[in-house]
Ligand binder design. Structure first.
Ligand SMILES: *[C@@H]1O[C@H](CO)[C@@H](O)[C@H](O)[C@H]1NC(C)=O
Ligand SMILES: *[C@@H]1O[C@H](CO)[C@@H](O)[C@H](O)[C@H]1NC(C)=O
Ligand SMILES: *[C@@H]1O[C@H](CO)[C@@H](O)[C@H](O)[C@H]1NC(C)=O
Ligand SMILES: *[C@@H]1O[C@H](CO)[C@@H](O)[C@H](O)[C@H]1NC(C)=O
Ligand SMILES: *[C@@H]1O[C@H](CO)[C@@H](O)[C@H](O)[C@H]1NC(C)=O
Ligand SMILES: *[C@@H]1O[C@H](CO)[C@@H](O)[C@H](O)[C@H]1NC(C)=O
Ligand SMILES: *[C@@H]1O[C@H](CO)[C@@H](O)[C@H](O)[C@H]1NC(C)=O
Ligand SMILES: *[C@@H]1O[C@H](CO)[C@@H](O)[C@H](O)[C@H]1NC(C)=O
Ligand SMILES: *[C@@H]1O[C@H](CO)[C@@H](O)[C@H](O)[C@H]1NC(C)=O
Length: 524
């Protein structure tokens, strides 16, 4: 899924930018806006910084750049199958106070209609997936197909995140209360209803175990074809073929638990299977309060993705726990005198713009299950949850990373002459924040992705838990969700949690300036 930067010049759609108040004002914010703010300005009026951030991150949302306007699907080679795209669309069609709501809704609903059509066609062509999505390839002229390495296999975790995005989207569509939207909501509801019937068949191994990746005998055969079968990939080969994590993997489990038509024995087993990994640990650092948190895998920010979707924080203990994790995240970096925070992220790009590796193991080792970590690269999207618990604090950390050299906002370092001219004239080759910078300031990743950008935007817009809550209540599963979460987390955590009066910490040190030069098209 390569980007072809030149060709996107003819397309200027940008849902986010379209919906923003900044667009109706006559002059757009400077591309290098971060450097023009001071921390105290952001503290006293976070709204204008937020508007600038959203304006530029919205530029990412263009045909052939981040998505395909013809089929409504995202481009993100190795990212999640559209999960973030969903969340954003869910937000786009709800009234979140942005100015041109009608226009945004129109764009969003158009994309969602095409997306539904793409899902339907994919399911028709490859019925063996049971309606779930593998990583896929597509272009303007070719329909969705599994990427070469995802033939006959499908992951549970990412589909779990995608499902709750769809769930929120249905609610958002229904709320508009117009026929076009309600019709589409019904189509998506039909789609989810289908997934309810296939989820256990494709992914459930019995005894509470969910396959991390389901191996499909033949993706071209229907789910109930006599020659069709499913197994957990890697079963019996020594590794762990199941998603046993109480982090991201919980999203799929809750779908199966609430909607998968399992009997009570199996439902209880699902919960039991997750229990060993749900662990309380205290973040402790001289000069700060001890703060109780849920032990992470790496404690990468993305592990709490599900908290943006499911209404965990309706439970007071969970609200405190969620905030505590951001107390620990912000104060750990503060205590270690770091200019930013950690999350799994692509390593820097080299001279040719090629990513030199992927750093999964980035978080806080002292409160993580995986203690061997690489902690040399920070990323703005590490603020995705901070944005929800305290937006100002999140913005200040984002700011501190974005104002580092080369962290805003380009695709080319040296664009070809014609493109350079166009960029100058119409300001269109710019996509907001870069995805990561080395702490020592020697390199950045000049790459843009849904994972590293839109997670932050979603946090900034408050996540979709309010949509999911309303729909859960209407469907009569909310009480059960709350009961299960209260019980499971209550086994491990009890009120009062340690550290709830520790303040969030703010950055007070900058990425070193070792002479890296900002992108030519995006300078102060
Ligand atoms: C979109 O990208 C594809 C593949 O790189 C290219 O063939 C096509 O011309 C592009 N379309 C537009 C409208 O830019
Ligand atoms: C890393 O880069 C790949 C493309 O190579 C992209 O699909 C993925 O979303 C990026 N990951 C993150 C966390 O940004
Ligand atoms: C998916 O395909 C199967 C098999 O052809 C079909 O029975 C089912 O209705 C389809 N589901 C949706 C939501 O289109
Ligand atoms: C999978 O099923 C399709 C449709 O019946 C068939 O054409 C194809 O040969 C099968 N593939 C394998 C590897 O058996
Ligand atoms: C529950 O369903 C499983 C199959 O998933 C079955 O093996 C088990 O016997 C059922 N238990 C009860 C109590 O019905
Ligand atoms: C934090 O907990 C440790 C024990 O794990 C204890 O020694 C220390 O005094 C505590 N710190 C504070 C500030 O309560
Ligand atoms: C990331 O890049 C740094 C600097 O080139 C290198 O030392 C490190 O090994 C890389 N890590 C990964 C996982 O690519
Ligand atoms: C990590 O999790 C595994 C599986 O639950 C456990 O056996 C191991 O002790 C944990 N390690 C740490 C450092 O928490
Ligand atoms: C967020 O944090 C800032 C800075 O610590 C603080 O002034 C503000 O009161 C906090 N806001 C909320 C809603 O907690």
């Amino acid at each position: 899924m390569g980007f072809t930067p030149l060709s996107r010049l003819s397309y200027l759609t940008s849902i986010l930018a379209l919906t923003l108040p900044t667009l109706v004002s006559s002059s757009p914010p400077s591309c290098r806006f971060a450097s023009q703010y001071t921390p105290s300005q952001i503290l006293s009026s976070p709204q204008s910084f937020e508007n600038d951030l959203l304006y530029w991150e919205g530029k990412f949302h263009q045909h052939n750049v981040s998505y395909n306007a013809l089929n409504g699907m995202t481009f993100d080679g190795t990212g999640d199958p559209g999960a973030v795209r969903w969340i954003l669309s869910g937000e786009g069609v709800s009234d979140n106070g942005l100015n041109d709501v009608e226009k945004a809704r129109n764009v969003a609903v158009g994309i969602l209609e095409k997306k539904w059509e793409s899902y339907r066609t994919f399911n028709e062509t490859f019925p063996g997936f049971g309606g779930f999505l593998p990583w896929f390839a597509h272009s303007e002229f070719t329909p969705l197909t599994p990427t070469w390495d995802w033939n006959n296999r499908v992951p549970a975790l990412d589909n779990g995140e995608n499902i709750w995005g769809i769930y929120a989207t249905i609610e958002a569509l229904q709320r508009v209360g117009k026929k076009r939207y309600t019709d589409l909501a019904n189509k998506w509801e039909g789609y989810l209803n289908y997934l309810k019937t296939t989820a256990a068949r494709v992914f459930y191994h019995g005894s509470g175990q969910i396959c991390a990746v389901a191996a499909i005998n033949n993706q071209s055969l229907t789910v109930d074809h006599p020659d069709q079968s499913y197994t957990c990939e890697g079963l019996g080969s020594g590794g762990n073929p199941f998603i046993d994590d109480p982090y991201e993997g919980q999203s799929f489990m809750f779908f199966l638990y609430l909607f998968g038509s399992l009997n009570q024995t199996d439902k209880t087993a699902l919960l039991e299977f997750k229990r060993p990994q749900l662990v309380s640990v205290d973040w402790a650092m001289q000069g700060y309060q001890n703060v109780s948190v849920q032990k992470g895998f790496w404690f990468s920010a993305h592990e709490n993705w599900g908290w943006m979707q499911l209404p965990y924080t309706d439970i007071p203990l969970m609200r405190n726990l969620y905030e505590n994790m951001e107390r620990a995240r912000t104060c750990d970096s503060h205590a270690k005198r770091l200019p930013g925070m950690f999350a799994s992220i692509n390593n820097s790009t080299d001279q040719n713009g090629e990513i030199i590796g992927y750093i999964s193991n980035a978080g806080i080792p002292a409160i993580a299950n995986q203690t061997v970590q690489e902690l040399d690269v920070i990323t703005p999207y590490s603020t995705m949850n901070t944005m929800i618990v305290n937006k100002t604090v999140g913005l200040l950390w984002w700011y501190n990373m974005a104002k580092a050299r080369r962290m805003q906002s380009m695709f080319y370092d040296q664009p070809p002459p014609l493109l350079a001219l166009l960029i100058e004239l119409v300001n269109i080759d710019l996509y907001g924040s870069s995805e990561s910078t080395r702490i020592d300031g020697t390199a950045t990743s000049a790459f843009v992705s849904w994972d590293s950008k839109v997670t932050t935007v979603n946090g900034l817009l408050g996540g979709v838990a309010s949509l999911v809550r309303a729909r859960m209540q209407r469907q009569g599963v909310y009480e059960e969700f709350i009961r299960v979460v209260t019980e499971e987390y209550g086994r491990v955590f009890s009120s009062p949690l340690k550290g709830t009066s520790q303040g969030f910490c703010l950055p007070d040190i900058e990425v070193e300036d070792v002479g890296l030069v900002d992108f030519t098209t995006c300078q102060v």
